[in-house]
Design a binder for this molecule. Structure first.
Ligand SMILES: [Zn+2]
Length: 129
């Protein structure tokens, strides 16, 4: 992208309806931060075969809370923009009550830490196949 890449001019332009639509609603970022904890992530990445889910639940992206139909699709997804956007959004520590208290003058304010978020490696999935 060049230096003068197109900027989004109208951030609030989307109709409210779109913002609150629930059809494609996935998990909230704080829920995903929960899922990123190693033991939980392990479980999510090694799900039992469930034919009700896309790809039988074997190709899951933790960060987007999304199932892909096969490994190819999952890899494509990792390369895609929505995924990268999501990774970036998740790099900010989830908002906590403690932070709110600090911001309100109780204790010293500490800016939210950034979390190192990386695309999961799908070695585990390769082992299954
Ligand atoms: Zn993703």
């Amino acid at each position: 992208m060049g230096r003068y890449a197109r900027k989004k001019q109208h951030k609030g332009d989307k109709p409210l309806k779109e913002k609150y639509r629930t059809k494609r609603k996935t998990k909230d970022h704080d829920q995903i931060h929960e899922d990123m904890k190693p033991d939980k992530a392990q479980k999510l990445l090694n799900q039992e075969i469930d034919y009700d889910r896309p790809g039988a639940g074997q190709f899951y992206c933790i960060h987007c809370a999304k199932y892909c139909i096969n490994e190819q699709a999952l890899k494509e997804h990792f390369r895609g923009k929505p995924h990268k956007r999501r990774i970036k959004a998740l790099q900010v520590e989830p908002y906590t009550q403690a932070e709110a208290d600090r911001a309100a003058g109780m204790g010293s304010y500490i800016a939210p830490k950034s979390v190192d978020v990386q695309t999961q490696d799908n070695k585990m999935q390769e082992d299954i196949g």
